[in-house]
Design a protein around this ligand. Structure first.
Ligand code: SF4
Length: 369
């Protein structure tokens, strides 16, 4: 267990670790050993880094240096295999991280493996997605989102972002080389309002942990200048834009951020975003019953995004206490999808995951248990 005031190694890149070992009078190659131990071997404690001499480990411990892995404070297991984690940091702050296994029994829609031992369940999936938080709480105030009710508590460090992934992988007993793992920055917070830490975490997840950037997606509520900045990064996830309305009047009502960067600013950043070959942008659209889910809204949306190489993910509103919107009927969701597809927009309906444990989109607010 760690305490506040320690130097945490997670979040340091190879250059920073090199500085640390050199200041300690150790040879530079120790930095690579530390880097591999932290990100590849996923050690939880300094004593587990057996490639380092005991004396060096001892001196690090004496200087209050720790690994800095978040503590798993609580786990909520859904009937569909989804696990919602409450992760605690050194200063007592906590965030949520969600594990979503899929395929070959991992997504037990009938709840058939809900009573299976943890080890057995961990083996029973083909692909999985981890949904990571980038801030504790959020300042953006999207009106359909439970996290917004928390307000912004603080930014997470790069180490705290990476640490969520490592803690979940270790808890699930995942050997990366055998698995197909996706990562989405769609948990608590607006990643682009914590940009430096978010993008450093991405680099560490690629270079250190060994995840593929092509399997990562970051979702933004529409911080247009950061979309342009992301486009210039050498290592970056795919981009999703949380759109939720086809015109400024409605979007500003649902997402106050639209008053700062309106649809024209957002769509112009989206059109200029340098997509890689075969890459598509994603527009996410949460359907709110009777608010933004009409056939007219669908036609307007198709018009708005015409010409952008993009797909649309439709998400029927996930109900939650304190949020005043309803879930549209399935027929309304299908009609919305049909109109978009007929207009030539690839459109998918995302199945809600972990609704029963408040792990689905927009439901992360850890006071609910
Ligand atoms: S939807 Fe995302 S950006 Fe909007 S309030 Fe919720 S966490 Fe923040």
């Amino acid at each position: 267990m760690k305490t506040a005031g320690q130097l945490e190694l997670l979040g340091l890149d190879l250059a920073e670790l090199t500085g640390l070992v050199e200041r300690a009078g150790e040879p530079a190659y120790r930095a690579r050993q530390l880097f591999d131990a932290l990100y590849r071997q996923r050690v939880a404690e300094l004593e587990e880094i057996l490639t380092l001499p005991a004396a060096f480990r001892g001196s690090l411990a004496q200087q209050s240096v720790s690994v800095g892995l978040p503590r798993i404070e609580k786990k909520f297991q859904s009937e569909d295999g989804t696990v919602r984690y409450l992760m605690g940091f050194a200063d007592g702050q906590s965030v949520e991280t969600v594990w979503m296994p899929e395929g070959d029994g991992g997504e037990a829609g009938d709840g058939s493996d809900a009573g299976a031992p943890e080890g057995a369940r961990a083996q029973a999936w083909e692909r999985a997605t981890i949904c990571v938080s980038s801030q504790a709480g959020c300042a953006v105030d999207c009106h359909f989102c439970l996290t917004a009710l928390l307000g912004l508590q603080r930014n997470l460090s790069a180490g705290e972002i990476v640490g969520q992934v490592l803690a979940v992988l270790s808890d699930q007993g995942v050997a990366l080389e055998r698995r197909r793992l996706n990562l989405v920055f769609m948990g608590m917070g607006e990643p682009f309002l914590n940009y430096e830490n978010f993008i450093k975490a991405v680099r560490l997840l690629v270079e250190g942990v060994g995840l593929a950037e092509s399997r990562m997606t970051v979702s933004t509520s529409g911080i247009a200048p950061r979309i342009e900045e992301l486009g210039r990064e050498a290592v970056r996830p795919k981009l999703a834009i949380s759109l939720n309305a086809p015109n400024d009047e409605l979007r500003a009502r649902l997402m106050p951020i639209n008053r700062k960067w309106d649809l024209e600013a957002l769509l112009s950043a989206a059109r200029a975003f340098p997509l890689r070959s075969r890459e598509r942008l994603t527009f996410e659209y949460v359907l709110l019953d009777g608010v933004n889910d009409s056939p007219d809204n669908a036609r307007q949306l198709a018009e708005l995004i015409r010409g952008v190489r993009a797909k649309v993910n439709l998400i029927a509103m996930n109900p939650g206490p304190g949020v005043d919107f309803g879930t549209p009927a399935d027929s309304r969701v299908s009609e919305f999808q049909r109109i978009l597809i007929e207009a030539g927009v690839p459109t998918f309906v995302r199945r809600p995951r972990g609704r029963d444990i408040f792990a689905a989109c927009g439901q992360l607010k850890h006071t609910v248990s």
